[in-house]
Design a protein around this ligand. Structure first.
Ligand SMILES: NC(=O)c1ccc[n+]([C@@H]2O[C@H](COP(=O)([O-])OP(=O)(O)OC[C@H]3O[C@@H](n4cnc5c(N)ncnc54)[C@H](OP(=O)(O)O)[C@@H]3O)[C@@H](O)[C@H]2O)c1
Length: 309
């Protein structure tokens, strides 16, 4: 397993992160075993969020079931996505009151006295940086949160928030897989007239690299926006053929190749794996044992249906 240095304290955090968005049907003891299996494979990071149904609650029960487990984990949660009481959708809330209330609730259900990394989950159009900064500072001073980050934010939003903070934004959690590449498409098609050249994100990858900010890729096995798994998907036959070929050559699974592809992007890259199967975590850990060549990386990019200038 490879590790990045996270935040000003340079916490040693694995490039693979265990995502827990899909654990709602699991028992706490099963989740404890999943986390322990991840730890055995060198994966010391767990990501959750209040909006993932009972995820935080189940993790808290898992910690309670296995004394000492919490202390072995680098724990990240998020906040700011709230179910709307009337509209059939979620809305976003980065108000001071919600930040404090949500974090206190996370500490309670996760049965812990601190969170290692707290992310703002999705941009709130009504966010006021001074309010966020006040809440972050109080949580930091109280020792309740070590490091802070964002998710799905562009550099302009991060830059503005950072200008109100006494500490850096340490991570941006964004969607990236070999079948979902808008951030890379724009960087590869600069000043072209095709759709791929449209930069919709304001240079997230470039900004993160320059700042030493971690990029945490979510849905590394998915296509589209929650479109489903591309592995074994006949709509992605060429991509699967390329992944399988490279997997065979390296003696790893196609999933490990897909993860390696994301981690091969320069910078402090992390891949959040959302599997509920312990053996898949173990096999995915092999993604960090080798580095993909440029030829392999571009072969996969092209096999996913992309063109290069
Ligand atoms: N910040 C955000 O906005 C945001 C959004 C979405 C997710 N996230 C985070 O990112 C994490 C990962 O997201 P995700 O769950 O969408 O990621 P994912 O790892 O791409 O998807 C996990 C799903 O893919 C399946 N899968 C994994 N490996 C497979 C394989 N080899 N063959 C077939 N199916 C396979 C899993 O099934 P099995 O369980 O059966 O293995 C599971 O249903 C989440 O848990 C969450 O922490 C963040």
């Amino acid at each position: 397993m490879r590790y990045i240095e996270f935040g000003p304290g340079k916490a040693k955090v694995s490039e693979l992160v265990l995502g827990t968005m899909r654990i709602a049907q699991m028992q706490p003891k099963e989740v404890a075993t999943l986390i322990e299996t991840a730890l055995d494979a060198g994966v010391n990071a767990v990501d959750t969020a209040p909006i993932y149904g009972p995820s935080e609650h189940i993790i808290g029960e898992a910690f309670a079931a296995r004394p000492g487990l919490r202390d072995r984990v680098w724990l990240q949660t998020k906040l700011g996505i709230r179910p709307h009481p009337r509209a059939k959708a979620n809305y976003f809330d980065f108000s001071y009151d919600h930040i404090i209330e949500s974090l206190e609730n996370s500490l309670r259900v996760l049965k812990t006295d601190h969170i290692d990394s707290l992310l703002l989950h999705r941009p709130d159009a009504l966010m006021v940086p001074e309010e966020i900064a006040q809440a972050f500072q109080e949580l930091h001073d109280a020792g309740k949160v070590i490091d802070f980050g964002v998710s799905n934010q562009n550099p302009a939003q991060i830059r503005r928030l950072e200008s109100y903070l006494a500490f850096p934004i340490c991570a941006n959690q964004v969607q990236l897989s070999c079948a979902f590449t808008p951030m890379l498409d724009a960087s590869l098609n600069v000043n072209m007239e095709n759709d791929a050249s449209v930069m919709r994100d304001g240079g997230i990858l470039e900004y993160a690299y320059d700042k030493g900010m971690a990029i945490q890729a979510w849905s590394v096995m998915q296509h589209g926006y929650f479109g489903g798994v591309f592995l074994g998907n006949p709509d992605y036959a060429d991509l699967n053929a390329a992944l399988d070929t490279i997997a065979t050559e390296h003696g790893v699974t196609a999933a490990a190749v897909a993860i390696n592809w994301v981690l091969r992007v320069p910078g402090k890259m992390q891949a959040i794996v959302g599997t509920t199967k312990a053996q898949r975590v173990t096999k995915s850990a092999a993604a960090c044992d080798w580095e993909m060549t440029r030829e392999e990386w571009y072969e996969i990019y092209l096999a996913a249906g992309n063109a290069l200038p």
